[in-house]
Write a protein that binds this ligand. Structure first.
Ligand SMILES: *Cc1c(COP(=O)(O)O)cnc(C)c1O
Length: 407
């Protein structure tokens, strides 16, 4: 595959026009959109306008006039179609970590008498930490670790909830959501999916799969901006009964009645807690405008094309790197991971040469492919830079061995 052939693929790409909607620095191939999505040009405009007009001129009246109060629901309803949810089932607020706590608590409440929570050993650590916190605060509950291979054998009548990430943050390996959800629910347990590496990366069909609860962040493939608030999904069949213990006033049935006691709001609103970080919704809402121009089936097709091409080029040109992600595109998300003992130094050397990936301990080089703004020629250039890092031994520079605070 030549760079010219990659350019031909880009010329036929139905998403190609969206790249111009992003502010991408020149000379950079950005393959860390699975960590922090790129800046949509309209997001910068939108946040500026919110600051100057809505905050500066509208002041406190903007809670009504500018729709600030409804942002968590409005953003949720716009994310819903991207994850196969219905209006009213998704709200946006807090972080994924906090939302894991809420949905685990809700799940435990729906399965009284069951004392076990299952989680993937390879799940993102914050999910595991939050499950530990919930189990301690609400329990005691026992946490058992599973893998995709051991899950079926671990399901028994004691299991209240199962918490899994659809796409593994390190390897990009993807669970079969439909099959796994069925397995878990057949055992009488509640299925909770973390969609941090799924939302905006591939089609998700929460309701078609009968999922109970889901959470996910908006600052990765959804491009909502650094620290933009996370989403939480609760299937409508659970909305009347599900309770979560972070019973703040924005989840109250009548927040401005200032009643002395908590009464949960109807619908997914009961998963909200306190005052939303209004400015952080600005970037997200502008980014969601772009998602209305993208067909998620095109996004997935391009993602498979980009990741498959990257695997092929890197394996041809950098035999030192061992593929960690599943080779079968059906079994992986929108990222590719390789293993190398000196992975950290290699990633740093590539970043200095304009190819931004990241490193995950102990030895994983991780490259995310955000189909809205990454092209096939980007993939070619990234593989070329990696090959150069090996050929020249550039990664051996001792400066690249020193770990920065954020890897
Ligand atoms: C990125 C990510 C998170 C991040 O959680 P925050 O609360 O936003 O820090 C959580 N879980 C998974 C699986 C992730 O990939």
């Amino acid at each position: 595959m030549s760079r010219e052939e990659c350019a031909e693929l880009d010329a036929a790409d139905p998403l190609a026009a969206l790249r111009a909607e992003f502010e991408l620095p020149g000379g950079v191939v950005y393959l860390a959109g699975n960590s922090l999505g790129a800046l949509p040009k309209a997001a910068a405009e939108r946040v500026g306008e919110m600051v100057r007009e809505e905050w500066g001129r509208g002041l406190v009246g903007s809670w009504n006039a500018a729709g600030w109060f409804d942002l968590p629901r409005a953003a949720g309803d716009r994310i819903a179609p991207l994850i196969g949810a219905a209006p009213g089932e998704v709200v946006v607020g807090d972080s994924t970590s906090v939302n894991v706590f809420k949905v685990v608590a809700a799940a435990l409440g729906l399965r009284p008498g069951r004392r076990v929570i299952l989680s993937d050993l390879d799940n993102f650590p914050t999910d595991r930490y939050m499950i530990e916190g919930a189990a301690g605060a609400l329990g005691p509950y026992e946490i058992r670790d599973v893998t995709a291979a051991t899950l079926a054998g671990a399901l028994d009548a004691d299991v209240a909830a199962v918490v899994l990430s659809e796409v593994d943050y390190r390897t990009g390996a993807r669970y079969d959501m439909a099959e796994t959800t069925r397995l878990v629910q057949d055992a009488g347990a509640i299925m909770i999916w973390d969609l941090c590496h799924s939302a905006g990366a591939l089609p998700v069909e929460l309701n078609a799969c009968g999922v109970d609860f889901a959470v996910g962040c908006t600052y990765k493939y959804l491009n909502g901006g650094p620290g933009s608030p996370a989403f939480v999904f609760a299937a409508s069949r659970h909305l009347a009964e599900a309770r979560q213990p972070l019973s703040g006033w924005h989840g109250h049935a009548a927040p401005f009645a200032f009643e002395p006691s908590y009464r949960p709001a109807e619908g997914a609103t009961r998963f909200l807690v306190g005052t939303p970080p209004v400015l952080s919704y600005g970037g997200l809402m502008a980014s969601l405008d772009l998602w209305e121009k993208a067909d998620i089936a095109d996004v997935r097709a391009k993602s498979v094309s980009l990741t498959s091409l990257f695997i092929r080029l890197v394996e041809e040109r950098c035999p030192e790197l061992e593929l960690v992600s599943p080779r079968d595109p059906e079994r992986r998300g929108s990222q590719v991971a390789f293993r190398h003992a000196e992975g950290y130094a290699i990633v740093r050397a590539a970043i200095d040469r304009g190819v931004v990936g990241d490193f995950r301990a102990p030895d994983i080089l991780r490259f995310g492919f955000a189909p809205l703004y990454v092209s096939h020629t980007d993939v070619w250039d990234a593989a070329d830079v990696l090959a150069d890092v090996f050929e020249t031994g550039a990664w051996r520079d001792p400066a690249y061995a020193r770990r920065l605070a954020v890897t």
